[in-house]
Design a protein around this ligand. Structure first.
Ligand code: FES
Ligand SMILES: [Fe+2]
Length: 324
């Protein structure tokens, strides 16, 4: 199941804090080398463009950010501003829409979606305490999302963290799931969450009852290439749920558990993606000599299956000849 990288969409490329004023940041998004830069000027917007200089291909990510927002190529010093080459007028640098939502840097790859000028931001509780992290997964975005939307896997797969999982129903596209955090003596701390995919590249969790009520988890899946994805994930805890001076402690334990779960998910999605690439079919396994095994009922109905059944039937009551 080969898949092409996505295009024409808004993607979360990095955390905002990875790009201080006066600096550049290069990220590969859907196989495009994108350079972000943030002019020194207070309040200046983040800029994004192809990181490949249109002259001889110089690495614009290693270029200097001028105070007025121009970007200078390190190879021959050509300067770019607002998508145009200042040094050689007429030469264009492919420019992308960029947006800084205060936590994440977004980029919109330009082709095939003309109307999406705003990134699909997720609402965040305010005031809240937040943390974010990312991890890279050797899988296409579909298998990452498949894993996120496989609602019953936590208590079967993340067994060090969860010991209970129940799908309570759905409201349209929103799934209601009850999870039990593992406690000593076989007990659980219950939490109920709404989970859905606001866009094909996002998952949202809203904890609406039990432990961590009001917490929001926004997950953004960005294709780096057809075979590799990155997840940027942010946790927002409403400020009223954070004890005074308790945030560093809470954050430490939440992040540790979140990372552990996501590292396990990364292994899961990557293995499934890689097996699918080799022809794996759910319930049938990997192909042998180009063929996957049939399901049991298909086998029973097939000619081979019928013949085998008849042969076994014919053995009833018979005695084998002995060579003793
Ligand atoms: S390669 Fe960028 S100026 Fe020559
Ligand atoms: Fe998981």
């Amino acid at each position: 199941m080969a898949s092409a990288p996505h295009a024409g969409q808004w993607y979360v490329a990095a955390q905002s804090r990875a790009l201080p004023p006066g600096h550049t940041l290069v990220k590969t998004v859907a196989e495009q080398e994108v350079v972000f830069w943030r002019p020194q000027t207070v309040g200046a917007q983040v800029q994004a463009a192809s990181a490949v200089c249109p002259h001889w291909g110089g690495p614009l990510g290693e270029g200097a950010v001028e105070s007025d927002g121009r970007l200078t190529c390190p190879w021959h010093g050509w300067q770019f501003h607002n998508g145009a080459c200042v040094t050689r007028p007429g030469l264009k640098l492919p420019r992308y829409l960029a947006y800084d939502d205060g936590l994440f840097l977004w980029v919109r790859l330009p082709w095939d979606v003309a109307d999406m000028t705003e990134p699909p931001l997720q609402a965040r509780p305010t005031p809240s305490k937040s943390f974010a992290f990312h991890l890279i997964i050797e899988s296409d975005v579909y298998h990452v999302q498949e894993n996120y939307l496989d609602f019953l896997h936590p208590s079967e797969y993340h067994t060090t963290v969860f010991n209970h999982c129940r799908h309570l129903g759905r409201e349209g596209d929103v799934h209601l799931v009850e999870l039990g955090y593992k406690m000593p003596f076989g007990r659980s701390l219950l939490t109920r969450t709404r989970i859905w995919a606001p866009t094909p590249y996002q998952i949202r969790n809203e904890v609406y009852a039990g432990l961590g009520r009001g917490t929001v988890i926004e997950s953004h899946i960005t294709p780096i290439s057809a075979h590799r994805s990155v997840i940027h994930e942010a946790y927002h805890v409403p400020a009223q749920n954070v004890p005074r001076f308790g945030w560093p402690f809470m954050r430490y334990f939440m992040q540790r558990s979140a990372r552990r779960i996501r590292d396990e998910d990364a292994i899961f999605a990557a293995r499934r993606y890689q097996l699918r690439q080799r022809g794996f079919v759910d319930g049938r396994g990997l192909p042998i000599a180009g063929q996957v095994a049939p399901y049991e009922d298909e086998w029973m109905q097939s000619e081979d299956g019928q013949q085998t059944a008849q042969k076994l039937e014919g053995l009833v009551g018979k005695t084998a000849s002995s060579h003793w």
